[in-house]
Design a protein around this ligand. Structure first.
Ligand code: ASP
Ligand code: MG
Length: 423
């Protein structure tokens, strides 16, 4: 991603109170006109403190789901360019209404759609990536004290048509804008008050983290924590954008996502995530010879089906069972792709199973501490939970278990790693 040159003449001596902030508001914060007015008050507060503010908005809660449903209802195999025209419209409404609400409070504000800035993306309609943002005009207006209200989730493709960035994409709009405008911080206002050590709806003793590193947040997001869109964290990490996740309903500090060296007290494990979005496939009794893995995973890749965890059990008769996970949404397709190759691959049966959950323990401290994985295995063993597949990275251990053990496993691991809040 590259940025058009900014004409940023601001003096930043570190003590000066003036900052440039990006504030992103999610759908629940904008669910009706009363809430949008509350958001406007919040924005005004920053303006009155002398800050420059660009706001990025999502659609009103529920709107994008409804728009997506309309496109499906109309045409099952819809044209992705028209899908983008329809589903991007929710953000047009909230951007305009918030600009009106701000003006009504006497704040100089102007709305911006993706094509007006423009926020240029690649051509992948429905899940486009931001490639460049033209910030010169926004920069000038921010310097003048005008608030920019930017429609999130949308951009302009090389074909001159509206694109959208994938569900949850307004987080990415906000971080990209923060990078391009060289903002001091990007505040993501949402319906939770920060990032927790585990999902507080399941683990009641979960604690809010004051800070978390980019890498940990990236793992948390991609392993199922739904607080931020994964791409937005990737972008924040690449451009070193300081991101704060906080509630738009209660006035308490949230969680800062930042560089490792900003985080003084580092736990070995920072959080535990879970994902119900995966499904398992076991290919039984494939001939155990060179090239078999390539023959199985090649066709899946050709059909753009991502494989995540993999395990192979070799048996004595020269055959092996290969077990792996794919996104639950891809399960049917994966099975039919492999069934079509049954003869060539020579396996005896295919066993799909979507009754699974992936649990991941995450922490940068794992790099320098041994025994983290062992503690996970021991804890699950003590609860009588069978591990079906394991995968690891430098800062993460993931296991696949039967879905009915989700709560039990999360709570036990949370306690085992010393993450429980004190009573
Ligand atoms: N409104 C879009 C969605 O629901 C984008 C977003 O909220 O981030 O996915
Ligand atoms: Mg969101």
């Amino acid at each position: 991603m590259w940025w058009a040159q900014t004409h940023n003449k601001r003096q930043r001596d570190g003590r000066s109170a003036m900052a440039r902030l990006i504030q992103k508001f999610g759908g629940t914060s904008l669910a009706d006109i009363a809430r949008i007015k509350t958001v406007a008050e919040r924005v005004r507060r920053e303006v009155e403190h002398g800050h420059q503010v660009a706001v990025v908005v999502s659609a009103m809660a529920g709107t994008t789901d409804r728009l997506v449903a309309w496109t499906r209802e109309t045409s099952r195999l819809h044209d992705a360019r028209e899908y983008d025209v329809v589903v991007s419209s929710g953000e047009q409404v909230t951007a305009g209404v918030l600009a009106l609400a701000l003006q009504d409070l006497g704040v100089d504000a102007r709305s911006w759609l993706g094509w007006q800035i423009p926020i240029s993306t690649d051509r992948v309609h429905g899940k486009a990536r931001i490639e460049a943002i033209e910030v010169a005009e926004l920069d000038r207006r921010l310097e003048r004290g005008q608030v920019a209200v930017v429609a999130g989730f949308q951009g302009l493709g090389p074909d001159g048509r509206i694109t959208t960035l994938g569900r949850g994409g307004s987080d990415t709009s906000a971080v990209a804008l923060a990078a391009a405008l060289k903002a001091d911080r990007c505040d993501i206002f949402t319906d939770v008050d920060g990032v927790y050590t585990a999902d507080p709806r399941i683990v009641t003793r979960a604690r809010k983290l004051d800070k978390i590193t980019y890498e940990e947040m990236l793992e948390m997001a991609s392993q199922g924590a739904k607080v931020l869109q994964t791409r937005s964290v990737e972008m924040a990490m690449n451009h070193r954008v300081r991101v704060q996740v906080l509630s738009s309903f209660i006035d308490v500090p949230g969680t800062l996502v930042a560089d490792e060296d900003e985080i003084v007290e580092q736990q070995i494990v920072s959080g535990i995530a879970y994902s119900r979005d995966e499904a398992k496939i076991t290919v039984q009794k494939v001939p155990d010879r060179p090239g078999v893995a390539a023959a199985i995973f090649g066709p899946l890749a050709e059909h753009a089906i991502n494989v995540d965890m993999i395990v192979q059990n070799v048996s004595e008769d020269g055959r092996a069972d290969l077990t792996f996970t794919v996104a639950r949404a891809d399960l049917e397709r994966a099975v039919s792709v492999l069934e079509a190759k049954r003869e060539a691959l020579g396996f005896s049966a295919l066993k799909p199973d979507s009754n699974v959950v992936k649990i991941s323990v995450i922490g940068v401290g794992m790099r320098s501490h041994a025994g983290v994985a062992q503690k996970m295995f021991q804890t699950l063993f003590e609860k009588g939970i069978n591990i079906q597949v394991i995968s690891t990275s430098e800062i993460k251990v993931s296991v696949l278990i039967a879905a009915e053990y989700t709560e039990l496993a999360l709570r036990a691991l949370h306690t085992a790693y010393g993450l429980d809040a004190q009573e």
